[in-house]
Design a protein around this ligand. Structure first.
Ligand code: GLC
Length: 694
């Protein structure tokens, strides 16, 4: 009898505890926290692994195939798993799924470097809004974007995703992008925090930077973004900073990010394997992505042994729950899987048109007269590189190539050349590599051109357009030869086209379809005009054609310096590393072996990055300076008048066509900037710009 009474008492107790278990709400997080078991707590700070990212390749059943990661659920307490997806140039998810004919393409927006070239935070916020809408439509809760590391050196493989050499431009553009996304009720994630300015040895490299340079440059842009936009999340980078993994650096993740800057959100790791999980928790890194189960076991073991305080774990768990309750998934949002891709394509085109930079325009070569017959050279003319590779890749519904854009604009494009290039590219398409569907493919080597082909083309055209294209991507840095520098094939193409077409009194325009800075000084005198298109997204061909035809007046300005020579850059002496090390994910636990395993990059140039260096007297001339860009019209500025923490500048369009003007206040560092709306000839506008002092 006693046993029955005891058993029923036990059952009542367990039932009452289940009956007492609560369901997560924004206002009962502490109560839910008190109900979580230790194992449940540990599972909440460790992601659900690679199954979401690799679902398209291996067919795993997940809510959003191709999304980079997920958190884990605790269903008994109403805690759902939330969805995290790349990437800065658009939502990156699998475009096709099993058992449905529906497609899930996402708009391919221009790369980060083009967005910053617009110098237009309002426009970038609009791009962020469209990306946020698409994320919401496809069931994504947090976008792993923007990528915003400072462009320390032009050979960094991911500069295409990043914004600038200047922290104010970078931080302000990032803040606008974050505001746009989060206005849709979807989270953003500023990355890669911090000092991840190269891809070589990125998992282990120790970036060695003095405190002043850190504060003034490499952290400063993140500070602007955090203070001005409060991103829901921050992604801690792979690398070390001054000997400590950023993901385990309490000074960086708690004292600077939270205590100094007032960051209120969650910190997640980049997609890292297991490191010192307890140290990450103690530093204030709240979520280990993509997450491996051994991290859960490690945390439970460390707490039980008293090697990690449960209170420290609770701080991170609370931030995970605070993130979860903000998300569309938690709020019961049902994905429509039907975003307005047409409206977003228009925004992508608008951004591309405003971020294209006119570098040369001798004798007003541009704009081209309507109906001009164009001989179009260069692979990129027929296979525009719309964006970079790696997690920054996007599965776009289409790409408008330059030949198509020019045709849409009413120009006559040489058919013979088109056939020749398309046949060549079909024969030389790179073999599909594992995960190339996810990460994009490398570019095709430039097609060699014979003099006869150029001469024949010149006979049937009024002018020539030559596209130089460059791919770049995550996981590897760029090279000098055939990358920063033009290849022999490209030099020969440019020389032949200029000689033949100039010999017939015909103009030559060069289009740079690149993800980062290239060498220009040695050849920029050859053509009559040069247009920097960056990697302009899926609408790039039409955007370029709008600029070449004069339908849109170019208003882009450089967010980064184009040096005459790569070795004029102080960072070139310390890129991509000073010592490469052998690489070891576990390095850092064994101090003696550290340098052998880790390797390091000495940021010995300090503040001498970009225009900060070239402003100094006695430094080399540059090919194109920071902030440079031409227009089809002219403007007159009056002012600036500084009043408090704002500066007022009036701008008048003194030319003959409508255009937009960028205003920069540099004293001598960039202190304020803004862009006018479209001004008709003779029209004026007054800009009031917030000015930063330090
Ligand atoms: C990558 C990238 C990061 C991306 C993440 C998820 O390695 O460094 O930018 O968001 O993994 O794909």
């Amino acid at each position: 009898m006693k046993k029955i009474i005891l058993l029923s008492a036990l059952m009542l107790t367990s039932l009452s505890s289940v009956a007492q278990s609560v369901t997560l709400r924004p206002d009962n997080i502490d109560e839910v926290l008190s109900q979580l078991t230790l194992k449940e707590k540990a599972s909440l700070v460790v992601g659900a692994g690679y199954k979401s990212m690799l679902a398209g390749t291996f067919g795993f059943k997940v809510p959003v195939p191709g999304a980079a990661g997920m958190t884990r659920a605790v269903p008994r307490l109403g805690i759902p798993s939330i969805i995290l997806s790349d990437g800065p140039a658009g939502v990156r998810i699998e475009p096709k799924r099993k058992r449905t004919d529906q497609t899930f393409y996402c708009t391919g927006f221009p790369i980060g470097s083009l967005l910053s070239s617009t110098w237009n935070p309002q426009l970038v916020e609009k791009v962020g809004g469209a990306i946020g809408e698409e994320a919401l439509a496809y069931g994504v809760d947090v976008m792993l974007a923007p990528g915003m590391n400072l462009q320390r050196n032009p050979l960094c493989g991911r500069n295409f995703e990043y914004y600038s050499e200047d922290p104010l431009l970078s931080g302000r553009i990032a803040a606008a992008y974050v505001r746009g996304i989060q206005a849709q009720g979807v989270g953003a994630c500023v990355k890669h925090f911090a000092v991840n300015n190269q891809e070589t040895n990125r998992f282990w490299n120790d970036a060695r930077v003095d405190k002043e340079t850190l504060k003034t440059l490499y952290l400063k842009n993140f500070e602007y973004a955090v203070r001005e936009a409060q991103p829901w999340t921050v992604m801690a980078s792979y690398n070390r900073l001054n000997g400590i993994h950023t993901q385990e650096d309490k000074w960086l993740l708690t004292e600077v990010l939270r205590d100094d800057w007032g960051f209120e959100g969650l910190v997640m790791t980049d997609w890292t394997g297991r490191r010192n999980t307890a140290a990450q928790i103690e530093a204030g890194c709240d979520l280990m992505e993509p997450g491996v189960k051994s991290q859960i076991r490690e945390l439970v073991r460390k707490v039980r042994r008293g090697e990690l305080s449960e209170a420290a774990l609770d701080v991170c768990v609370r931030r995970v729950l605070e993130l979860v309750v903000k998300t569309p998934t938690f709020k019961g949002h049902k994905p429509t899987n039907a975003p307005d891709l047409k409206a977003h394509a228009d925004i992508a085109r608008e951004a591309a048109e405003e971020g294209i930079v006119l570098l040369e325009n001798r004798a007003e070569t541009l704009p081209l007269a309507a109906g001009t017959r164009i001989a179009l050279f260069g692979n990129g003319s027929y296979a525009l590189l719309a964006g970079g590779t790696g997690s920054g890749h996007v599965h776009r519904p289409y790409v408008v190539n330059l030949d198509e854009g020019l045709t849409h604009e009413g120009f006559a494009v040489s058919r013979d050349l088109s056939t020749r290039y398309k046949d060549y590219m079909a024969e030389n398409r790179p073999r599909k590599k594992f995960l190339s569907g996810m990460l994009g493919s490398p570019a095709i080597p430039e097609m060699p051109l014979s003099r006869e082909v150029v001469t024949a083309a010149a006979g049937q055209a009024d002018c020539a357009v030559v596209t130089i294209s460059r791919q770049a991507g995550e996981g590897g840095d760029r090279h000098l030869e055939d990358d920063f520098l033009l290849s022999e094939t490209e030099k020969q193409m440019l020389a032949d086209v200029c000689e033949v077409f100039h010999g017939q009194g015909k103009k030559v325009v060069v289009v740079l379809n690149v993800g980062g800075v290239v060498e220009t000084a040695s050849w920029k005198q050859l053509p009559d005009a040069i247009v920097l298109a960056w990697q302009p997204g899926q609408e790039g061909g039409d955007a370029l054609a709008s600029i070449l035809s004069g339908r849109v007046c170019p208003s882009g300005r450089l967010p980064v310096t184009f040096p005459v020579d790569y070795f004029d850059l102080p960072s070139s002496a310390h890129f991509p590393y000073d010592y490469v090390g052998r690489g070891s994910m576990t390095a850092g636990r064994d101090k003696e072996k550290d340098v052998e395993n880790v390797g390091f990059t000495d940021y010995a140039e300090g503040l001498d990055v970009g225009y900060r260096y070239f402003q100094k007297s006695g430094t080399p001339e540059v090919s194109y300076p920071f902030g440079y860009g031409l227009s089809y019209t002219t403007f007159q500025h009056s002012g600036p008048v500084v009043a408090g923490n704002a500066v007022t500048v009036s701008v008048k369009n003194t030319g003959s066509v409508a255009g937009k003007e960028v205003v920069m206040i540099m004293t001598p560092l960039l202190r304020a900037f803004g862009k006018t709306r479209l001004l008709q000839p003779g029209e004026s506008v007054t800009l009031v710009l917030p000015i930063v002092t330090e």
